[in-house]
Design a protein around this ligand. Structure first.
Ligand code: B12
Ligand code: SF4
Length: 517
């Protein structure tokens, strides 16, 4: 069978998003899924790196039997638009359309559109996809998928959800991702100036249960690891000198990380790495952190969220402000760049903003990533926020828009929020300290600096302008909305306004693109 995997692009030029300037990750879901069906002809189309016409061109040239999309909440309209385009171009009965990933798994009802979607993959996809492809290849009916676990499909009368796919298979038993399918994009993926960058998932799931995060719900609070030997096999197969580990919580088991350091040393692998991990783990394992640094760990993304104890407790973060401060000091001393994620809550007052920005400065964060507390689908927070949502339009769930009422006026809120980005130049003192400490990183990434500079020139004016955010809300969230009048206004106007499905994969514009042009 011919299978086309399509990665959605941000839906308008100039849209704010991590992939614009900070982190463009390779579509790892597709390389994993494709590795499960080696007897079939697979192609990956990454629309973030393609011109507008690429989707149509590829559909007509390749004529796939299956078109598969993967999406987070924010990509969902685009994912649907891609599948609609495939159906319209190739014929509804000629192409089988499937969506998978975090949003379809946690909110499958958003994809119940009979004319566009044949099936929704729920949860981990490898075995589900393999069984589905085998079924279709053997001429199985597209509306008789009951025997395949982990699917939701329309059986002609209603949407049916099959048995939950067990997510217990050992990670080592999966084939390594088929990265050969990304050859045409080789050199295009990046983390800041680290370009080219390889991407690798070394674990799945998380044992914590922060109430704003869906990862532990997705993986049912279980954690599985790729063995050190398998990780090193994958690293050795990569040409890139910089590799980003995709795990949501790379710093989990001390034993597995020690084994990884042993194996990297034993094989003499000389690459640099980035990962995501918790501050409290850093604090508890100073020797291991030094060892990881020696093995190549160069940057760590940590969800510090806030230094306010009550705030941390309300997020069920299971950590304390002191851990944030100590971890930041340890990482700075080690020469590991800190990408600290901080959270602005919609109920923030001016004093709360002041406190947050002061903490960030005191902690000497290399690059603070300031986000807005957002009740993403499938999270505990979403259940709490349900009656309080100002919109369910998925484009607003990018952690850069307040989807619940703000205490300050919207204008004041976004002015203070964007100030957080505006005040922090990337060439700040903590960054320059890091540069001095890590000539090894600068040596392999100096070419990427040109790309990074171009991206920052392009997107910084958007990220730092409150007007971008306010403009997006026009017609969806009343501008003068505050906590006191929010509920009343929202109910008057019916709180939920969802934008219509776009007719083309780059059809939507919500965030200011003037600055980018
Ligand atoms: C890399 C990454 C990104 C990349 C882009 C990812 C990409 N697709 O290329 C970047 C940096 C751009 C990004 C941005 C954001 N991200 Co992000 N990201 C990740 C991360 C760390 C890894 C994704 C990955 O490659 N995983 C490895 C692959 C193998 O796993 P997978 O994608 O889940 O795929 C498996 C299954 O889902 C399924 N599957 C997936 N697709 C399909 C398709 C089919 C057809 C089938 C059958 C199965 C299937 O099978 C796969 C194999 O088992 C995840 C966390 C995580 N560990 O997954 C967060 C995650 C996906 N991101 C998240 C979020 C919230 C964001 C942001 C909104 C906020 C932010 N973090 O700043 C932004 C939004 C960007 C925007 N444009 O608005 C959330 C998503 C929640 C949600 N409800 O959608 C996650 C889960 C993190 C979290 N802790 O909550 N992200
Ligand atoms: S935010 Fe991080 S630590 Fe908390 S549950 Fe999600 S992945 Fe785990």
């Amino acid at each position: 069978m011919r299978i086309l995997f399509v990665q959605p692009a941000p839906f308008e030029p100039g849209r704010l998003g991590l992939e614009n300037a900070i982190w463009l990750s390779e579509p790892a879901a597709f390389t994993s899924l494709a590795a499960m069906v080696p007897d079939h002809e697979c192609r990956i189309l990454d629309l973030r790196l393609e011109p507008d016409s690429a989707l149509n061109r590829e559909l007509l040239a390749f004529r796939p039997d299956i078109v598969a999309v993967s999406c987070m909440t924010t990509d969902s309209y685009q994912a649907m638009a891609i599948l609609q385009c495939a159906k319209n171009t190739l014929g509804a009965d000629k192409v089988f359309c499937i969506a998978g990933g975090h949003h379809p798994s946690l909110a499958p009802y958003d994809f119940h559109q009979v004319s566009i979607i044949d099936a929704i993959a729920i949860g981990e996809g490898e075995d589900t996809f393999k069984e589905l492809v085998a079924h279709l290849d053997q001429g199985g009916a597209r509306r008789k998928l009951q025997r395949i676990d982990g699917l939701c499909f329309f059986d002609g009368a209603e949407w049916v959800t099959t048995t939950k796919r067990a997510q217990s298979r050992s990670m080592d038993s999966f084939p390594l991702p088929d990265r050969s399918l990304l050859k045409k994009y080789s050199g295009s993926y990046f983390f800041m100036s680290a370009m080219p960058m390889g991407s690798l998932s070394t674990s799945r799931g998380c044992a914590y249960d922060c109430n704003f995060c869906g990862i532990w719900e997705f993986y049912e609070k279980k954690v599985r690891f790729l063995s050190a030997a398998r990780i090193c096999d994958a690293l050795e197969a990569m040409d890139e000198s910089f590799v980003m580990f995709l795990d949501d919580n790379f710093l989990t088991s001390q034993k597995r990380l020690e084994e990884l350091c042993d194996e990297i040393e034993r094989r003499g692998i000389r690459k640099l790495y980035g990962a995501q991990g918790r501050a409290d783990f850093v604090v508890k394992h100073p020797e291991l952190m030094a060892r990881l640094r020696k093995a190549g760990l160069t940057l760590l993304i940590s969800g510090y969220e806030t230094n306010d104890e009550q705030g941390l407790a309300a997020l069920k973060k299971s950590s304390v402000a002191d851990a944030n401060k100590i971890a930041a000091k340890m990482l700075n001393d080690l020469g590991i760049a800190i990408f600290g994620i901080f959270m602005v809550r919609p109920d923030f007052t001016h004093a709360d903003f002041d406190f947050l920005y002061q903490s960030i400065d005191e902690m000497r964060i290399t690059l603070p990533i300031i986000t807005i507390h957002t009740p993403l689908p499938g999270t505990q927070l979403r259940k709490l926020a349900q009656g309080n949502l100002l919109t369910e339009d998925v484009r607003f769930f990018d952690l850069l828009h307040a989807v619940t009422p703000t205490t300050l006026s919207r204008e004041e809120f976004y002015t203070r929020f964007t100030e957080g980005w505006a005040k922090r130049e990337w060439r700040n003192a903590p960054f320059l300290d890091f540069v001095k400490k890590r000539p090894d990183f600068m040596k392999i990434t100096w070419r990427g600096l040109i790309h990074l500079t171009q991206m920052l020139v392009r997107y910084r004016p958007v990220a730092t302008s409150p007007e971008s955010h306010l403009r997006d809300e026009i017609g969806i969230i009343p501008a003068d909305l505050t906590v006191l009048n929010a509920r009343e206004k929202a109910t008057d106007k019916a709180p939920i306004k969802t934008a219509p499905l776009p007719s083309s994969s780059k059809g939507l514009r919500i965030i200011s693109d003037q600055a980018a042009e």
